[in-house]
Write a protein of this length. Structure first.
Length: 135
């Protein structure tokens, strides 16, 4: 089962008798929030975040609790930083994968990407990709 939530975000569900999971893939994550991408509660098992084609730093901000998300106002529950890809000394830090073996519970999974760490930041870093595996 596949549904498109925004222009670049797709969520695909897979199910078998032993495992049910969903994979969200955003090929152009930005400072516009992708809200409740899995349509309710679950467990996140893996997050892959890539900033390979921008000259700006990127901050992936994640909210795992229910509620409204307003970029520039909402305090993220989790935040990950990636260096700018154009900086060759940091090129090895422009991709990050976080595996959570037992999963992290969420009531609603939302995310957005900005070019600075502050909650009030609304700058768009450029083309950033995000993949999230959840059950």
């Amino acid at each position: 089962h596949q549904s498109e939530i925004s222009m670049a975000l797709t969520v695909t569900g897979f199910s078998s008798s032993t495992l049910t999971y969903k994979l969200a893939s955003e090929t152009n994550a930005s400072d516009s929030a992708s809200v409740d991408i899995f349509g309710g509660a679950g467990r996140v098992h893996s997050i892959c975040f890539a900033n390979e084609s921008t000259s700006n730093a990127a901050y992936l901000k994640i909210k795992i609790t229910s509620g409204t998300v307003t970029v520039g106002t909402t305090e993220p529950d989790l935040m990950f930083h990636l260096a700018a890809a154009a900086s060759s000394s940091y090129a090895d830090r422009s991709v990050m994968k976080v595996d959570i073996p037992n999963g992290l519970s969420f009531s609603q999974f939302s995310f957005w990407v900005t070019d600075a760490p502050g909650t009030s930041d609304t700058g768009d870093p450029g083309t950033v990709t995000v993949q999230v595996l959840a059950s």
